[in-house]
Design a protein around this ligand. Structure first.
Ligand code: NAP
Length: 290
């Protein structure tokens, strides 16, 4: 058996088409969705991610502004930048690209962003809504993209056993909340670095989400035959190629022979994350225009 590939690019393109139509509708009402992205420092991966987000904005007709701050920026400057964006009625969405330079308190920055403009969905009030089972706030983009992709691929979630490897506030925890939510109704276990017999737990999963950051950790004998496997990982692995590295997911390629459906890396969760960011930005603009 070879797993059916969940084509995140195709799914994201459909979401982006919907978002484009919403942008056009808002424009008729005189509202022009505008996303501000703050990037601090020169982490090459962050710059690639931010460029991808800017290109997506251009595709769907969202205005984007990028604010580049040097790595040695004072924390107070980051704070004042966010505060200015909060106060700027012309800006509907604010995203501060992670990671911030060493020593900068990411949570403190997250707390500062106006929840209505928090298109990443990491503000305590947005994550708190999710804990309440509500998805009417800003839902974190990667988790929302994972659930959307599973639904799009026709994967049955209700009553199924899901295992999420990883408990970060960015991916693992919010995706486990989304999967367990009333109406989605998976039965969710959350695994982490202290989980005993991780392979045995994963083998029980009908839906396995790997959000770990360890290249090819999940092996074929960890996976129940026919399971849906979502690979969130983006790991840089050094090699002898001209570039000197390649990207690998958290799931070993051999898993394709066992799983029923699988999301590829690249081309799976990555495009979905960006599409959900576009969706959140339009939702933020709509909410702020009411
Ligand atoms: P993170 O904050 O580092 O969290 C990793 C989680 O994995 C932690 O909960 C950690 O456990 C757990 N873990 C680490 N090693 C483990 C092991 N050997 N066995 C079991 N659990 C283990 O990472 P993240 O931000 O959630 O990101 C995870 C991965 O997804 C990364 O590769 C990242 O690049 C990728 N990502 C991709 C997208 C996308 O759009 N495609 C978006 C976000 C993230 P503890 O809590 O015990 O430390």
């Amino acid at each position: 058996m070879t797993a059916v590939v969940l084509d995140g690019k195709a799914c994201a393109a459909e979401v982006e088409a919907e978002v484009s139509a919403q942008v056009a509708e808002l424009a008729e009402a005189g509202v022009h969705p505008h996303l501000a992205v703050v990037i601090v420092g020169d982490d090459p991966a962050s710059h690639i991610y931010v460029s991808g987000k800017e290109r997506a904005c251009a595709r769907v007709g969202i205005r984007s502004t990028r604010i580049d701050l040097p790595a040695d920026t004072d924390f107070s400057r980051v704070v004042s930048t966010v505060e200015e964006l909060n106060a700027n009625d012309d800006v509907h969405g604010i995203l501060v690209q992670s990671p911030l330079p060493k020593g900068m308190d990411e949570l403190a920055v997250t707390d500062l962003i106006d929840p209505a403009k928090d298109v990443d969905g990491f503000h305590p009030s947005n994550l708190g809504r999710l804990v309440q089972g509500r998805v009417d706030g800003m839902v974190p983009c990667t988790p929302a993209g994972i659930v959307h992709l599973l639904n799009w691929g026709g994967v049955e979630l209700s009553g199924k056993r899901a295992v999420v490897i990883g408990r970060s506030r960015i991916v693992g925890t919010p995706v486990s909340l989304l999967l367990a939510r009333k109406g989605v109704d998976s039965t969710v276990s959350v695994a982490h670095s202290r989980t005993a017999d991780l392979a045995g737990l994963c083998r029980q999963a009908d839906i396995l989400v790997a959000a770990v950051g360890r290249a090819e950790l999940v092996r074929a004998d960890w996976v129940k035959p026919g399971a849906a496997v979502i690979d969130v990982g983006v790991n840089r692995v050094d090699d002898d190629s001209e570039r000197g590295y390649h990207l690998a997911g958290d799931v070993h390629p051999e898993v394709s022979a066992v799983a029923g459906t699988i999301s590829p890396v690249p081309g799976g969760v990555g495009p979905m994350t960006i599409a959900m960011l576009m969706r959140n930005t339009v939702r933020a603009a709509f909410n702020q225009s009411k």
